[in-house]
Write a protein that binds this ligand. Structure first.
Ligand code: OSB
Ligand code: MG
Length: 369
């Protein structure tokens, strides 16, 4: 297929409530919508880069630069055979995986539309529905956090992930565990600690956490190995894994026992599937993370999470937890069993793109031909 035009649309909207993580307090969601035009189809992708290099080194603006100056020139008006070919053409780019992922995931949307197949089918998904999990930010008081956790458990959420940072960790987790002795609970540090804090993590061993996510720096595989060998609780890597090669090394060296796959972090769905397959071969369970995706990215994550080795509930939850409005119709939601149905050829669920909503939320846009 040949892409004749690429549109890049920068949109902005507030979160339902500010979301606090170890790296900062998020108030407004920024996203880039990527539209690929062929002669007869229009396909959509979404980019999850933040407005500042908080989570990784990319931002909305570095992604716009990468797409305009390096990605579009290699793609426009070229006969591209499929996702492998697309990724190969972009393999000269170092890093910048969110920029690559945005275009790669739009390409999968194009494949869906051209082949008239669901993403689940194209990827080889096997699960008809997936369990919802919730990621809950740092709160102003522990009581507010307990109330939020209780509300999610009442709804049937299969995993509760709380964000931690120095000063909001062991005591908070102890209180949560006392209040909810059997809750499927985990903690995500977003790289806020170093090995000097090893006693903090040793203390967490008594809370029966499902895992501790990304305790140390994103480029620090060595200290993650040391930490994992000193604690019982499994370490799950997020920011550290930007490719299948990163995953291979982390697994071989024993730096983690679980991996969180986010397609936007690793350069797209093809790389995600490779990491999934590698982990499956090595007995490492995976789950699908999120970066506050709007409908386009959220639905693609859900399709990915239907692959067989996604055996741990992900951070996949209804769009209304984070946003008052969204850009798909319908919006992603849970059913009465707190499961999210994976769209495929059987169940008739189709997510349409709400172009009017995109237009309403647009800050700036440009097109490349
Ligand atoms: O570390 O998993 C993370 C959100 C933004 C950036 C990083 C992370 C997160 C989340 C929220 O935990 C997941 C979601 O609900 O999309
Ligand atoms: Mg994380």
């Amino acid at each position: 297929m040949k892409v004749k035009k690429i549109e890049v649309i920068h949109i902005q909207l507030p979160y339902v409530a500010p979301f606090e993580v170890s790296f900062g307090r998020l108030v407004d969601k920024h996203a880039l919508i990527i539209k690929l035009h062929t002669d007869d189809l229009v396909a959509y992708g979404e980019c999850t880069a933040f407005q500042a290099p908080w989570y990784n080194s990319e931002t909305v603006w570095t992604v716009m630069h990468m797409i305009k100056d390096y990605i579009a020139p290699r793609i426009l008006n070229q006969e591209i055979q499929g996702p492998e070919d697309l990724v190969e053409r972009l393999s000269f780019i170092r890093g910048n995986r969110m920029a690559i992922a945005a275009v790669e995931m739009a390409w999968w949307d194009l494949e869906m539309r051209a082949q008239k197949k669901s993403l689940k089918t194209l990827l080889g998904g096997v699960q008809d529905e997936i369990p919802a999990g919730a990621s809950i930010g740092i709160q102003t008081t522990v009581q507010i956090l307990l109330d939020k956790i209780g509300a999610h458990l009442d709804l049937g959420y299969r995993k509760i992930k709380v964000k931690i940072k120095p000063g909001w960790d062991v005591d908070v987790l102890r209180t949560i565990r006392k209040t909810f002795p059997y809750a499927p609970l985990m903690a995500d540090a977003n790289s806020a600690y170093s090995l000097d804090d090893i006693d903090v993590f040793k203390a967490m061993d008594e809370f029966d956490l499902m895992m501790i996510e990304q305790p140390l720096a994103e480029d620090d595989i060595i200290d993650h190995i040391k930490l994992q060998s000193a604690i019982k609780t499994p370490i799950c890597l997020d920011e550290s894994i930007e490719s299948c090669e990163d995953a291979r090394k982390a697994i071989e060296l024993g730096a983690c026992k679980i991996i969180n796959i986010k397609p936007s972090r690793v350069g797209g769905l093809l790389e995600s599937k490779k990491i999934h397959d590698l982990c499956q071969k090595n007995g490492i369970p995976v789950w699908c993370g999120g970066i506050f995706e709007l409908g386009i990215g959220r639905v693609q994550n859900i399709a990915l999470a239907s692959l067989p080795n996604f055996t741990i509930p992900g951070d996949l939850s209804p769009s209304k937890r984070h946003f008052h409005e969204d850009i798909t119709i319908p919006r992603v939601d849970i059913n009465e069993r707190c499961m999210i149905v994976v769209p495929d050829e059987k169940n008739g669920i189709v997510y349409e793109i709400d172009d009017a909503a995109i237009a309403r939320l647009t800050k700036e846009q440009f097109e490349l031909t």
